[in-house]
Design a protein around this ligand. Sequence first.
Ligand code: MN
Ligand code: MN
Length: 296
Amino acid sequence: MEPIDALREAGRIAGKVRDTVVKEVKPGVKAVDLCDRVNEMVAELGGAMAFPTNVDIDHVAAHYCSPYGDITVIPDKSLVKLDIGVHVDGWIADTAITACFDPDLRYLVDAATAGLDAAINTIRSGIRAGEVGAAIEQAIKSHGAKPIRNLTGHKLARYVVHAGPSIPNVSGRDNHLIMEGDVYAIEPFAVPLSADGLVMDGPPSNIYRFIKKRSLKGVSKRMLKQIQGEYRTLPFASRWVIRRFKGPEGQAAFQELLKTKCIMSYPQLIERTRAKVAQAEHSVIVTGDGCEVTTA
Ligand code: MN
Ligand code: MN
């Protein structure tokens, strides 16, 4: 398959899964069931997971994924970000949507969505990333909210989710030139004006990534081989691995991979003032006079 076709197919699958599963996000539903549902649907549609599904509740802006046996449920009056990554032959689509269960927070969802729309209407070949950031910031502010300034959109490359250049969510940062054919995920985050608008590292996310090979023995050796072969440079969930390597032996092997730094763990990203966060995200292919949204 040509890269452009794989990008479009990944985007089509990610968009369809997002729009289906977001309807199943409701107070009382288990986060792990939503994560599993995404995996199941992506596989049915012929895609593969580009990273573990994030179910980020309230002040958690990014990187919460259910561990094995997670009992977390969607709370009442919450703001829930569902962030999905799909790849086809390594070509990635990254998209997110926010479910809102408090009418008083609806403006945050509208602000994030308006920021994303403004970015999509601004981005084209030859523009500076900072100009896109300025458009996002202005749109979010016009809805009476503010962007999170230390979270950004990012370039997507084959088997790489965060490939260097970023798309800021505010003006005056990162002024690299955007080129035709570039693939970016654009993801504004909106918080109330009273919030800091900054994230900090929180508890572990249950999202991991392969770092390096080492000579290991037994279950650890087989586990690392499976991880490297199946996920390559893409993030994966501990749940996916623990389901294959069951029992205390599997748990011990996973801990050994962490201790020997063969794999690394991502932290959750938490809004510093614990403000509630809304997010909207699409992946785009930059064209001469605009962009093609793959995850529409
Ligand atoms: Mn995302
Ligand atoms: Mn992203």
